[in-house]
Design a protein around this ligand. Structure first.
Ligand code: ADP
Ligand code: ADP
Ligand code: ZN
Ligand code: ZN
Length: 742
C-alpha cells in the first residue's frame, strides 16, 4: 500500500547522490554505512528535516517562530512521512531545573502519589513541585543551590588600593569607586591590603553592615564592595548583559542551599512522608530501590499511578540507567545517558504512527546492556511506529526488520544505496558492511611492555571506592565496565592526579568560520603559499580578512531576519557562496583559486598540493579517517566522533613531550571497517612515546589493548571497584570477560 511507505526521490542533501529510496513504515530499520557515507544526511537532514518542516508549516508564523527550525532538504520529492521525534545525543542541557525525574515524568508521578498519600496531608501535587511557587524552597527558588559572592576573589591582598587591589571590574585605580574609598580617609592608601588590620578589610567589603561593631568609622551611606556587588549583580531583576554574566560567574561560587540542602523543596514538602520516607529521600535512592517502595503502593488509591511509575522505572533499569536517581541534574549526564533518558520518556507515549529517529543509541553501553536498548526500540515499533536507527553495532542490526546501507565510501564516494534487505542478506552482501561482518576477528597482537607507571591514589570521585591503581605508561590501556561503573570518574581522577590531555567529543567550535584547516593550522600555511606564488598579500587569501566578500563578511551566506518569520539563510548574492572577493579569486595556484582549494577534500588536497608545510599536516587528517572532509567544511557541522578525530589529528602534529592521552569512546560514529584505522592511530601516538588510555565498549578495541582495567561489578554504588587489571588474556568471569569470550 502506497501510504504505508516513505518514498524519497532524488535526494541530494550534502553528499547524497540523487538517492531514490522506499522505506516501509511500521518497521525497525537500521541505517548502516562507513563514516561520512551519508547516513545522517539521509536520516536527519532529509527525512527528519522534511517531516519537521512540513509539520511546522501547519502552524501560523507566530507559533512557528517558537518551534525548532528545520532546513528544508534538497530532494525531488518525499512522501509518506508522519510527525518525527528525533532522539539524538545532544545533551539534555544545562537548565538547572531539569533532573532525571522531571525529564522522564517520573517526578510527576511521584508528586501525584505524595499529594494523595503523604502524611501530613499537604494537598495538590504542585505542592511537591520545585518548579512551582507552592512547592519550591523560597531560599533557592527550587534550584537547590545558591550563588554566593566569592569575596576571596574580589581583592588582591598584595596590592595597594591605588594599584588596583580591588580586582572586581569597575573598581580600578582612578575610577569613581576607588576614589570614593580612598577619600574616606579611613583606609591606608599607601599599604597593600594584606598589611591592613582585618577589620579594615572587612569594612571595605561590608561597610555599613558591620562597621558599627568595628573600630572603623565609615559614613552611613557607605556601601561595601561585597554589598555593592550583591546589589548590582545578584539581586537585580533587570536582564543581565553577557559581560555581567561573565563577571558573576567569575566572582561567585555555587553552594548547596542552606535551607533545603539541595532538596529544592519548601519545608512542608520536605517533611511529608509516604511509607515513612520523604520525597527528598526517594529522589536520592537508586532506581531499583525506589521501584521496591513504589511496588508496595499497588493496593492503595494510587495503584494506577504507581503502575505507570513502575513501568518507567523498570524501563530505565532495563536500559542500564538503574544507577541514576531522580534528583540527578540532567546537565551532568553524558550524551549516551541523555539519549537513553529521552527514549524512556517516549516509551510511555500513547501516540502511534510516529517516526522515531535514533543516533547510535548504543553509545556508552556495555555489550551487556545493548539487548535492553534493542528491546526499547522494538517496543516503540510494536506500538505502531516507524523506528529509524543510525547504528554500527552488529547486535542491533541483527534485530532490525530491515537494514539500509548507504555508501559505499565516504563523502563524494558515498551517498548511494548499497544494500537494502534483511540482516542475513547483509551478511552475504558485497558492501563494506557485509565484508566487515564476514572478516575474521583480528588476531591479538603481542602486548607492549610499559615504560613506567602512573599511579592513581585513593580515587573517590562519584562512586569510586578509594581506588588505587597503576596505569602503565607508553602503552594502550582500555577502561571497561558497565555504564555507570565509574570509568569516566576514574579517567577524571587520572587527569586530576597526572594532568592527562583529554580528547573528548564536544564540538570543536560553534563558530561557522572554523574549518578543519583553520583548526589544525593548515589555513595559515595555505595563505602563505598562495601569497608566495602569486605575490599578493597574505590577508587577501583569508575570508575573515581583506579577501572576504564584504556583503556576507566571508561567510558565503546571509541571514535575513523578518519579523514573525524564521531567520532566513540564503546564499550570498554577491559572491554566490564563494566567500571571497573577485580580486582574491582571480589569483590561482596550479589552476586553483583559494575558494577552489577549500572545496577539495583532504585526500584530493594531498594529491594536488605539493607544498610540504601543507601536505605534512593534511596527512594527519587523512590518517584519522577524515580524508573525505572538505577543507572548508564548517566544524560546527561535524558529528561528535568526527570532531574527536579532528582533535586527534591536531595532537598527532602538536604533541612533542610524552603525554597521557585520554579518550572517551573514540569509536563513536565509526563503521567496523574504520575501527582498525582508529586503532592504528592510537598505536601511532604510542609509537611517539605517549600513553593512551581509552574508555571503550567496542570489543575490537578491547581485544587489542596492551592493558585492561575493568571496573564494576555493577553501576553506581554497586560499582566503583577495580575487578581486574592486567593483560587482556587474563580477564576472568566479569561482564567484560564474558562479552570477550562470546
Ligand atoms: P554519516 O552520517 O554517514 O557519517 P554524514 O551524512 O554526516 O555521514 O556526511 C556525509 C557527507 O556529507 C560527509 O562528507 C560530510 O562531511 C558531509 N556533510 C555533512 N554535513 C554537512 C554540512 N552541513 N555541510 C557540508 N557537508 C556536510
Ligand atoms: P561510567 O563512565 O562507567 O559510565 P561514571 O564514572 O560516569 O560511569 O559514573 C559513575 C557513577 O557516578 C554513577 O553512579 C553516576 O551516576 C555517578 N556520577 C557521574 N557523574 C556524576 C555527577 N556529575 N553527579 C553525580 N553523580 C555522578
Ligand atoms: Zn533551597
Ligand atoms: Zn558573499
Amino acid at each position: 500500500m502506497s501510504d504505508r511507505t516513505i518514498r524519497i526521490r532524488q535526494a541530494v542533501t550534502n553528499n547524497l547522490d540523487h538517492l531514490d529510496l522506499d522505506i516501509r513504515r511500521g518497521l525497525l530499520v537500521v541505517i548502516a554505512g562507513v563514516s561520512g557515507s551519508g547516513k545522517s544526511s539521509l536520516v536527519f537532514d532529509t527525512i527528519a528535516a522534511e517531516a519537521g518542516a512540513e509539520l511546522n508549516e501547519t502552524y501560523p508564523p507566530f507559533t512557528r517562530n517558537r518551534l525548532p527550525k528545520w532546513t528544508r532538504p534538497e530532494a525531488g520529492s518525499i512522501e509518506g512521512l508522519s510527525p518525527v521525534i528525533v532522539i539524538g545525543q545532544r545533551r539534555l542541557g544545562g537548565n538547572a531545573r531539569s533532573t532525571v525525574g522531571t525529564v522522564t515524568d517520573t517526578w510527576t508521578y511521584l508528586r501525584l502519589i505524595f499529594s494523595r498519600l503523604s502524611k501530613p496531608h499537604v494537598g495538590e501535587s504542585s505542592a511537591f513541585s520545585f518548579n512551582d511557587p507552592s512547592g519550591m524552597c523560597p531560599t533557592c527558588s527550587g534550584i537547590g543551590e545558591v550563588v554566593a559572592p566569592d569575596v576571596e576573589k574580589f581583592l588582591d591582598l598584595g596590592r595597594r588600593l591605588d594599584e588596583g587591589a580591588i580586582v572586581l571590574p569597575g573598581f580600578g585605580e582612578g575610577r569613581y569607586w576607588y576614589r570614593k574609598y580612598a577619600e574616606l580617609g579611613v583606609f591606608a592608601v599607601d599599604a597593600p591590603l594584606g598589611d591592613w588590620p582585618r577589620e579594615h578589610v572587612d569594612a571595605l567589603l561590608y561597610g555599613g553592615r558591620w562597621a558599627e561593631s568595628l573600630a572603623v568609622e565609615v559614613p552611613k551611606d557607605y556601601e561595601g564592595v561585597a554589598d555593592r556587588f550583591e546589589r548590582i549583580y545578584l539581586r537585580t531583576s533587570e536582564t543581565v548583559s553577557e559581560r555581567k554574566l561573565k563577571t558573576v560567574a567569575e566572582f561567585t561560587r555555587s553552594t548547596m542551599c542552606p535551607d533545603c540542602h539541595g532538596e529544592r523543596l519548601n519545608a512542608a514538602a520536605r517533611s511529608a512522608t509516604v511509607d515513612g520516607r520523604t520525597v527528598g529521600e526517594l529522589a536520592r535512592i537508586e532506581i531499583p530501590e525506589l521501584r521496591d517502595v513504589v511496588a508496595r503502593l499497588g493496593r492503595t488509591e494510587v495503584a494506577s499511578v504507581a503502575a505507570a511509575l513502575l513501568e518507567r522505572l523498570d524501563a530505565m533499569d532495563g536500559i542500564g540507567l538503574g544507577y541514576l536517581h531522580l534528583a540527578r541534574a540532567t546537565s551532568s549526564l553524558s550524551g549516551g545517558e541523555s539519549q537513553r533518558i529521552k527514549a524512556v520518556k517516549h516509551l510511555g507515549s500513547s501516540l502511534i504512527e510516529m517516526l522515531y529517529v535514533f543516533d547510535e543509541p548504543t553509545v556508552g553501553l556495555h555489550p551487556h546492556d545493548v539487548a535492553a536498548m534493542v528491546e526499547v526500540l522494538c517496543r516503540l515499533r510494536d506500538r505502531g511506529n516507524t523506528v529509524l536507527v543510525v547504528e554500527h553495532d552488529p547486535a542491533v542490526m541483527a534485530c532490525a526488520d530491515e537494514i539500509i546501507e548507504i555508501g559505499p565510501g565516504p563523502g563524494r564516494d558515498g551517498g548511494r544505496l548499497v544494500f537494502q534487505g534483511s540482516f542475513r542478506g547483509l551478511l552475504d552482501s558485497d558492501g563494506p558492511t557485509g565484508r566487515a561482518l564476514r572478516a575474521p576477528a583480528p588476531t591479538t597482537p603481542t602486548p607492549r611492555s610499559p615504560t613506567g607507571w602512573a599511579t592513581i591514589v585513593n580515587a573517590r570521585t562519584n562512586n569510586l571506592d578509594g581506588v588505587t591503581v597503576d596505569i602503565p605508561r607508553g602503552v594502550l590501556t582500555v577502561l571497561t565496565g558497565v555504564a555507570g561503573s565509574g570509568k569516566s570518574s576514574l579517567a577524571a581522577e587520572l587527569s586530576a592526579q597526572h594532568g592527562a590531555i583529554t580528547i573528548g567529543q564536544k564540538p570543536v567550535s560553534a563558530n561557522r568560520r572554523s574549518t578543519p584547516i583553520t583548526y589544525t593550522g593548515i589555513a595559515q600555511a595555505l595563505r602563505r603559499h598562495f601569497s608566495r606564488i602569486t605575490g599578493a598579500a597574505v590577508g587577501l587569501f583569508s575570508a575573515n580578512s581583506d579577501g572576504g566578500c564584504p556583503v556576507c563578511k566571508g561567510l558565503g551566506i546571509v541571514y535575513t531576519d523578518l519579523a514573525f518569520m524564521d531567520v532566513q539563510e540564503t546564499t550570498c548574492p554577491t559572491c554566490q557562496g564563494a566567500r571571497f572577493t573577485a580580486e582574491a579569486l582571480a589569483h590561482t595556484v596550479d589552476g586553483l583559486s583559494i575558494a577552489d582549494v577549500e572545496h577539495l577534500t583532504v585526500s584530493e588536497a594531498i594529491d594536488r598540493l605539493a607544498e610540504p608545510a601543507i601536505r605534512s599536516r593534511l596527512v594527519h587528517l587523512d590518517r584519522v579517517g577524515l580524508g573525505y572532509l572538505a577543507l572548508g567544511q564548517p566544524l560546527n557541522t561535524l558529528s561528535g566522533g568526527e570532531a574527536q578525530r579532528v582533535k586527534i589529528a591536531k595532537e598527532l602534529r602538536d604533541a612533542i613531550e610524552p603525554s597521557i592521552y585520554l579518550l572517551d569512546e573514540p569509536t563513536t560514529g565509526l563503521h567496523l571497517s574504520d575501527t582498525a584505522r582508529l586503532i592504528s592511530v592510537l598505536y601511532d601516538l604510542i609509537d611517539h612515546g605517549h600513553t593512551v588510555v581509552v574508555i571503550e565498549h567496542n570489543l575490537e578495541v578491547i581485544r587489542v589493548a596492551d592493558w585492561l582495567i575493568d571496573l564494576g561489578p555493577g553501576p553506581g554504588r554497586h560499582g566503583g571497584r577495580v575487578l581486574y587489571t592486567g593483560l587482556v588474556d587474563g580477564i576472568g568471569d566479569t561482564s567484560t570477560g564474558r562479552a570477550l569470550r562470546e
